[in-house]
Design a protein around this ligand. Structure first.
Ligand code: GAP
Length: 524
């Protein structure tokens, strides 16, 4: 049984650093100090993300007769999100640190115990300020720490901004014992404001003449891709002749003004979702939720996340979203703890009913065989694309000691990405860049394979170093064109190359003519 609390910050640091160093993921607007909660995928990251989305789409749309696709707009009509409940209720409780002004998710603050030092205000000469403030000290901390923190807090209100907080006189100090309180910032002990609800949607104005008060000019960046599927349900039904049970799939960006973006790309403000709304008869919802759970677990195993690192949380009553009668969270053992990858939720007919009610237009389904009319229920497997990429990168990262040809031990960093997901499928090297025949044949191989997959040509440095560079970005195969390829050492080997395998580092001779079919089989 895996330890769900286990974390490995050092490993995570190495992964984040490799992602930047090798061009997987960069902080957005890094040049200007960074845009918090936003990330840019570099040349290799974009390939990984694309491979994941393509594979998800192939498995869930192209290989199935009962699911069709949609690409809805990101800008969303306020009426859609009012009907769905997002305008009224898509919020998280948040509070602010009185000292640092940091904003925290109230429901994520670790309970703490200790002695709280309370103050009613502070003074300096003629100047006074009356405000209640408190600092929590954990066992063993010196009381002067509370006074220093309190002085820093009250100094913010003094007209002389360069005044030393040490000169302030604190007023009305009292203490109390606190058990499991969440009223103080764990970082600095400062009192927090009361929790209040904070809507997570990004609101915007549409149209050149829009005024801030015109409700018709308000639009939102969608907080989930699902809503355009619900609002286009009738159009898809009428134009694609699908019959219940059937699904509509969508991959696309979603936006949430998260209070605390964190853990690299895990909780971002802009992210991509891969969602399916699978419409069914009311009586089939719970069964299909279980079936989708198994389907999704096998998908993750297929792309390289081991089953023992995937956990299923049956979300208890009271903790599910307002629309859900049953939700399974699929969680993964990230280096920062066991966290949600995907939700598989039985949303009943909540959304379609709400859109029917708010739009005043019928969204019912007519069953030709039973002659019944009903609003379909829906099962929703909703995956995070960025979270899955992150899980794949975390799982793939490995360091191992290897002995080189001179008997020296070195650490090999290798991304053991599944070949379907790997950003570069094969790297092609001429053994010697000065050998014209080796270079010509390498370029021919590059051209042939390059029409079918992403390949990379490299002729610089020793072959061993070229292998290491590819290991670090997860390239599953390296192809070396050498003297044997030219038939100079053994005529029987003419027209063959060395195919080197990333994980085992084993090498084999393969005919150039067999490379394409062989690699196509391996990367599918
Ligand atoms: N349509 C249902 C829905 O949006 P959700 O549990 O809020 O449900 C689904 O989101 C998935 O989207 C999550 O399991 C996660 O993978 C991804 N996701 C949600 N918020 C995210 C964020 N702030 N950053 C990255 N991914 C996020």
């Amino acid at each position: 049984m895996a330890d769900k609390e286990y974390t490995d910050p050092e490993r995570m640091e190495k992964i984040v650093s490799l992602c930047k160093r090798r061009g997987f993921i960069y902080q957005s607007a890094e040049l200007y100090g960074g845009l918090n909660g936003c990330w840019d995928y570099g040349p290799l990251g974009v390939e990984v993300k694309r491979n994941l989305k393509d594979y998800w789409w192939r498995r869930n749309v192209q290989e199935r007769e009962d699911i069709v696709g949609l690409d809805g707009s990101i800008l969303t009509h306020q009426a859609v999100l009012t009907a769905s409940g997002h305008v009224g209720g898509f919020s998280d409780p948040m509070c602010d640190c009185l000292l640092s002004k940091a904003r925290l998710r109230a429901d994520q603050i670790e309970p703490q115990s200790g002695t709280a030092y309370h103050y009613s205000g502070a003074s300096e000469g003629e100047w006074t300020v009356e405000r209640r403030f408190a600092v929590l000290l954990r066992e063993g901390q010196n009381e002067n720490k509370a006074r220093k923190t309190a002085r820093q807090y009250y100094a913010q209100f003094h007209p002389n901004k360069s005044l030393s907080p040490k000169t302030l006189e604190l007023q009305g100090e009292t203490t109390s014992q606190e058990e499991n309180t969440t009223s103080f910032n764990p970082e600095n002990g400062s009192l927090l404001t009361e929790a209040r609800e904070f809507n997570l949607m990004f609101k915007t104005q549409m149209g050149a003449s829009s005024s801030e008060d015109d409700p018709n000019a308000v639009a939102y960046l969608r907080p989930e891709t699902a809503q355009s599927i619900f609002t286009q349900f009738k159009n898809v039904l009428d134009t694609s002749r699908m019959k219940v049970p059937f699904g509509i799939a969508q991959i696309g960006k979603a936006f949430r003004n998260e209070i605390n973006p964190r853990n690299f790309t895990f909780r971002s403000r802009e992210f991509e979702q891969m969602e399916i709304e699978y419409f069914c008869r009311p009586g089939d919802g719970l069964r299909l939720t279980d079936e989708w759970l198994e389907n999704r677990l096998s998908f993750y195993e297929d792309i390289g996340l081991p089953r023992e690192k995937l956990h299923v949380l049956d979300v208890p009553d009271g903790e599910r979203a307002h629309y859900s009668e049953k939700t399974y969270d699929i969680e993964f053992d990230f280096p920062f703890g066991c966290q949600e990858l995907e939700g598989v939720a039985y949303r009943t007919n909540y959304d379609l009913s709400k859109h029917q009610e708010h739009s005043g237009k019928p969204i019912e389904y007519f069953d030709e065989t039973t002659k019944e009319k009903f609003i379909p229920h829906v099962v929703e497997p909703s995956a995070g694309c960025d979270r899955t990429v992150l899980a794949l990168l975390c799982e793939a990262f490995d360091e191992e000691d290897v002995v080189d040809t001179k008997g020296k031990t070195e650490t090999r960093t290798v991304m053991r990405l599944n070949p379907k997901i790997a950003p570069i499928k094969a790297a092609i090297f001429p053994l010697l860049k000065k050998n014209e025949d080796q270079v010509r044949i390498s370029r021919e191989i590059q051209e042939e394979l390059g029409s079918f997959m992403h390949v990379f040509y490299d002729e610089t440095g020793a072959v061993g170093r070229r292998y290491r560079r590819q290991d670090e970005v997860g390239t599953p195969f390296c192809i070396t064109v050498d003297f044997e390829t030219l038939g100079e050492e053994d005529p029987e080997l003419k027209g063959t190359v060395t195919l080197r395998h990333r994980d085992s580092m084993e090498q084999e001779r393969v005919a150039i003519a067999d490379l394409l079919p062989r690699l196509l089989r391996e990367i599918r």
